[in-house]
Design a protein around this ligand. Structure first.
Ligand code: NBP
Length: 479
């Protein structure tokens, strides 16, 4: 076999197959391989005319087909299958070769794999890929980690196959060393969970409080999509809400079971945030909302619990309420992204990744699920001030929230009075109010901790740690 392919893809299920085709369509010669060879042959038979493919049946053939240094993309099921593939291929590779893992790996696994392979001189490039099946084919948002050296040759190829933002910029950036790319992808997915939950709550409010039909709500979302909420998720929400089930003639959204599933990246985002001490309450509520929806027996057992009697708004009030919901959704969205970017910043500091937050916002503008006009604003905020303490510190966002907050609060009052759950909107507002508070009740918490556990506290008026002799004369001692 000739040593000709510029890149290889192993793992040819939906993602790998489409990524391989994307490379080929962009003029690269692509070696293709899959554990079950039938998929390799099917790809070449069906799409061989799209570019240059080199089909390999065995790992040896696959490696032999790649030009040096080799660039080998793994697109298999994340977890043990990725380790199995690495075990199979690594002994066949040489120093300087690159293994690019485009699966949804946990960044801690990526760090481990990168370290092990580095000892053999192999570059392991953990790479987040977002955009699903279609993105993989037409241009995903790509979040590579790994060495600067590997990015030097790999970067231009990834830039070519990536999505392009409206201004033509490729949606790919070298996020940082080892697990940085998969970390950024993890938080991307966490933010995606939050975005979806907030949209779901907006829908729920428009349906239950305002009494709009799914088709009417679809129109409202279409209007919102013309403004500052312009995004892929808002766009597809309108599509889903306007879809009518062919079998029953009912709105599609009414015939789908209301139990949301998840694959785990949202949960990872929250777990890691807990480890890093970053309050991602909006993302956490989104993950919990999905898990609550799946507790069918618990929900069944709770059906009879008392709630307020719901009286939908009158015709005259509906449109004004919808405008308020838009404000609440936008303000809550700013908070979700504030929390997500805080987590990336904290991860970057913890692992010494030096992640450019503005560049991350820029590569999410196209190709990925959370792509949105809004991300241009975030990029501009970080471009204006790279060490921005929080997105809420950006003057533009702060002003928009200042404008939105009365409506945001009014929507939550209505939701509470009508008994419509809004965990995402509520968590976002609580976060906002907590951050801007002059004093938090954490002082009382510290007092309680000192009372039962002598955990000590710091005073507002002088330095040091103190303990009050709660069981004695309640005098204060230095701790
Ligand atoms: P899947 O996650 O369904 O994985 C199927 C592929 O893994 C097949 O090629 C299969 O080979 C291979 N594989 C398995 Br399973 N175990 C293996 C093993 N022990 N050794 C070698 N190969 C093995 O595919 P996907 O949905 O295309 O996703 C690929 C990756 O991309 C995943 O990590 C996923 O999380 C990530 N991702 C997916 C999406 C999406 O929208 N689907 C988006 C972004 C990222 P076989 O054909 O022989 O069974």
């Amino acid at each position: 076999m000739s040593t000709s392919a510029q890149i290889g893809v192993t793992g040819l299920a939906v993602m790998g197959r489409n990524l391989a085709r994307n490379f080929a369509r962009n003029g690269y010669s692509v070696a293709v391989h899959n554990r079950t060879a039938a998929k390799t042959h099917a790809l070449v038979a069906e799409f061989g005319d799209e570019g240059t493919f080199v089909a390999a049946e065995t790992a040896e053939e696959f490696v032999a087909a790649l030009e040096r240094p080799r660039r080998l993309v793994i697109m298999v099921k994340a977890g043990e299958p990725t380790d199995a593939v690495i075990r199979e291929f690594a002994p066949l590779l040489e120093p300087g070769d690159m293994i690019i893992d485009g699966g949804n790996a946990h960044f801690a696994d990526t760090r481990r794999r990168e370290k092990e392979l580095r000892e053999q001189g192999i570059h392991f490039v953990g790479t987040g890929v977002s955009g699903g099946e279609e993105g993989a084919l037409l241009g995903p948002s790509i979040m590579p980690g790994g060495s600067v050296e590997s990015y030097a040759t790999l970067g231009p190829m990834l830039e070519k196959i990536s999505a392009k933002a409206a201004d033509g910029t490729p949606c790919v950036t070298h996020c940082g060393p080892d697990g940085a790319g998969h970390f950024v992808k993890m938080v991307h997915n966490g933010i995606e969970y939050a975005d979806m939950q907030l949209i779901a709550e907006a829908y729920h409010l428009l349906r239950e409080v305002a009494g709009y039909s799914p088709a009417e709500i679809a129109d409202i979302f279409r209007t919102w999509n013309q403004g500052r909420l312009d995004s892929y998720l808002i766009e597809i929400t309108a599509e889903v809400l306007s879809h009518v089930d062919a079998a029953t003639g009912k709105p599609f959204v009414d015939i789908v079971q209301d139990q949301a599933e998840q694959k785990g990246t949202g949960r990872w985002t929250v777990q890691i945030a807990l480890d890093l001490g970053v309050p991602v309450s909006g993302i956490a509520e989104a993950v919990f909302a999905r898990s609550l929806s799946g507790h069918t027996e618990l929900r069944e057992a709770s059906r009879g619990l008392a709630g307020p009697s719901v009286t939908p708004l009158g015709e005259a009030e509906k449109a004004a309420f919808a405008d308020k919901v838009e404000q609440a959704l936008y303000a809550s969205k700013i908070v979700s992204y504030t929390q997500g970017f805080h987590e990336i910043q904290a991860g970057s500091e913890e692992y010494d990744w030096n992640i450019d937050l503005g560049a991350v916002a820029a590569i999410w503008r196209g190709g990925c699920i959370i792509r949105a006009a809004f991300l241009d604003r975030i990029r501009a905020a970080y471009d204006a001030r790279a060490d921005l303490p929080s997105l809420l510190s950006d003057k533009g966002f702060a002003e928009e929230i200042a404008t939105a907050q009365d409506d945001w609060r009014a929507v939550l009052v209505a939701a509470t009075q009508q008994g419509v759950p809004t965990p995402g909107f509520s968590a976002a507002l609580a976060y906002y109010d907590a951050l801007r508070a002059e004093r938090l009740p954490a002082a009382l918490t510290q007092g309680q901790r000192d009372f039962f556990g002598a955990h000590t506290y710091r005073r507002t008026d002088r330095a040091g740690s103190f303990h009050t002799l709660w069981g004695g004369d309640r005098s204060e001692v230095s701790a």
